[in-house]
Structures are given as C-alpha cells and as structure tokens.
Design a protein around this ligand. Structure first.
Ligand code: F6P
Length: 363
C-alpha cells in the first residue's frame, strides 16, 4: 500500500480527443464512489499549475454529469505546455526554461496527493519526468492516431475512424455523380491507422499511409482503370504519407516542437490530375476527426481507463499508464509506454486484407 490519499488532480495534455471528458467523469465518480476522495481538475494542461498562480476546478459527481457524451475536455488542453521546456523571450531571443520545480511546488502546496495525467506519448514523457522527481502520477493514454504501442487501442480512435468513414460514404455519392476522383486527407502523423481502418470501412480504392511510401505511378494505374470501368475513384491519404522518393508535406509552421503536417492530399490530387487527366477534388477532414461526441466504444474504453487509473492510485502503483490488452485493462510503466510508437505493419494482416480486396496501398 502506498501513501494516504485524500485529494487527487486530473490534467489533460496534448491534442484533444473524443472521450477525454468521459475519462474525467469516470475518475471523479470512481474516486468518490469507492474511496471518498476529493478531485480537482487542472486547467489547460500543466499550465494550470505553472508559475505563481494555480488554476484548479473542483470536480464532483454533480458537475461531471452528462460528460460521457461530450467531446473535447472541460479542463482545456495544450500541446505547448511542457514545464521542462518553457520558451520565454529574453532580450528578444527565445530561451528555454525548466519550470518543473514550480509545477511540483504548486502541486504540493495545493495538497494534491496524486495526479491522473491523460495524454499521448508527449504527455506520458512529461508525466514520467515529474514522477521521477517525486510526484505520484498515473497516466491514461489518448490519441485519435492510435499509435501507442503499449495499449492495443487508445480512446478517440474509434470515433475518428467513424467520422472518416462517414466522410468517405458521403464523398462516394458525389464522386459517382460527377465521375470524379475524390482524395480525402486524414490525420495520422507517424502512423496510418485512421486511414487504413476508415479506408477499408469506407471502400476506398487507394489508401496511402506513412508506413508505405507511395509510388504515384501505381496510384495512377488504379485511377485510370477505375475511371474507365466505374467512372469514379476514392482515395484516402494520411497526412504523414510520403512518396517513395521524397518526404512528408508540411505547412511550414510549428506545432509545439514539431512541424505541422498538411497538404499531401492536394499534392497527390494535382499529380493524379496531371498524369491521368481525370477530374480530382480534395477534402481535408482535419480537426473534424477530433471533435464531437465519442462513439459508444470510446465511452466504454474511457470509462474503463478512468476507473483503472483510480485503482492504480489506490494500490500505490504510480509511474504507470493504464492500457488495453486484448479485452483486459492492465497497466505498463511510463518507460514502457513511451519506448516506441505503434506503426502499421506493411506486411501485416490488415494491409494484406486491404490488398486482397484490390485496394492499392501505393505500391
Ligand atoms: O496527435 C493527433 C493529431 O491529430 C495528429 O494526427 C495531428 O498531426 C495533430 O494531432 C494535429 O494537432 P494540432 O491540433 O496541434 O493541429
């Protein structure tokens, strides 16, 4: 058994994701129902406990009512809130400061006994550093990209796939009416899970993902054949997809410390138009994939994760992230959680399934 718990805090970090509020609700209700703990929410990632003021919201089972179906996060979030590297202007220059000691001091001053950090790989890495500095923390994995290796599924992914599949269904009818090629650009920075799953579910003819650099000639062969026979083509492109000889397409702007991706859909569309003469239109689904109500699957997964996070705290198992393995909820250390991302296996079963359906993966 670990320390005595009276009060816990919840923080949401990184990009938002459908199901964050459902996790908050589950943590608050389980903490109250099972152990009678007080719960507070930290505003805007760890920014809410940075500097000399703290921004905490008291959470009770009354103010988390209805949250299971609500998108976003009532706590707010940021992907530029790493307290270990806060950029400040000094004499007109950007200087990186380590503000983690203030964060730790504020958490202790507020008499917070343990923290639940909900986020992706970046957030887990930050949580791990705070844990190593003595803060009792447990993690809950989120990302629509589903690219965390230590959990079979992250909440938010199922919702994103449903939204993308619905978009493909809608593009199909207009593509067919106008005899066009429709390119749909989806999120998926390093991994093509959303594109692959929704591409299969939405009956796309071409699916381009970061893990399989594409050959534009292979794509154009499919387009020519489809336009001659069926008169329309649906193409899904993950934002991180890149050509065989080339690199990812960026918007030339930063997103935290990494480049913002975007534009590969339009790039592919222009090349197809030029090489095949077909009429092509591009849709970028963007943040629509991250907004709105979570699916039933994501609500259940979020609830299971939230309850398990409370159990980890109760058992004094800090420095761990909850995870789904098969049908069971389990946990891994933060170190294991951030070790590696989970990529689509170019020779795996799902890719082979798509190819067996005649889908072109750009090779
Ligand atoms: O990590 C999830 C993700 O949706 C990525 O696929 C995408 O590159 C990124 O978030 C976009 O983040 P932002 O909201 O900062 O534009």
């Amino acid at each position: 058994m670990g320390i005595e718990i009276r009060k816990i805090a919840i923080s949401t970090g990184g990009g938002d994701c459908p199901g964050l509020n459902a996790v908050i609700r589950a943590v608050v209700r389980a903490a109250d129902q099972k152990y009678g703990w007080e719960v507070v929410g930290i505003k805007d990632g760890l920014r809410g406990v940075s500097g000399d003021s703290t921004k905490l919201i008291p959470l009770s089972r009354h103010n988390v009512g209805g949250l299971i179906r609500q998108g976003g996060t009532i706590l707010g979030t940021t992907n530029t809130g790493n307290p270990f590297s806060v950029v400040k202007k000094v004499d007109g220059k950007d200087v990186v400061h380590d503000m983690s000691d203030e964060v730790i001091e504020n958490i202790r001053r507020e008499k917070i006994d343990a923290v639940v950090g909900i986020g992706g790989d970046g957030t887990m890495a930050i949580m791990n550093e705070l844990y190593k500095k003595g803060i009792p923390i447990v993690g809950v994995p989120k990302t629509i990209d589903n690219d965390l290796l230590s959990t079979d599924v992250t909440f938010g992914f199922d919702t994103a796939v449903s939204i993308a599949t619905d978009a493909l269904d809608r593009l199909q009818t207009t593509a067919q009416s106008h005899h066009r090629v429709m390119v749909l650009e989806l999120m998926g920075r390093y991994a093509g899970w959303i594109a692959l799953h929704s591409g299969i579910a939405g009956g796309a003819e071409v699916i381009l993902i970061p893990e399989i650099p594409y050959d534009i000639d292979a794509v154009c062969r499919v387009v020519k054949r489809r336009m001659a026979r069926e008169g329309f083509t649906i193409i899904v492109v993950a934002e991180g997809a890149k050509p065989m000889e080339g690199t990812v397409t960026t918007l030339g702007k930063k997103q935290g410390i990494v480049e913002r991706l975007g534009g590969v859909g339009q790039k592919v569309a222009e090349e197809i138009e030029q090489l095949t003469g077909a009429e092509v239109r591009t849709t970028v689904l963007g943040h629509v994939q991250r907004g709105g109500s979570p699916t039933a699957y994501d609500r259940i997964l979020s609830t299971r994760f939230g309850v398990e996070a409370v159990e980890l705290i109760h058992n004094g198992q800090f420095g761990r992230m909850v995870a789904l393995r098969g049908n069971d909820i389990t946990s891994v250390t933060f170190e294991q959680a951030i070790e590696q991302l989970k990529f689509v296996d170019p020779d795996g079963q799902l890719v082979h399934t798509a190819e067996a359906m005649g889908v072109c993966l750009g090779r």
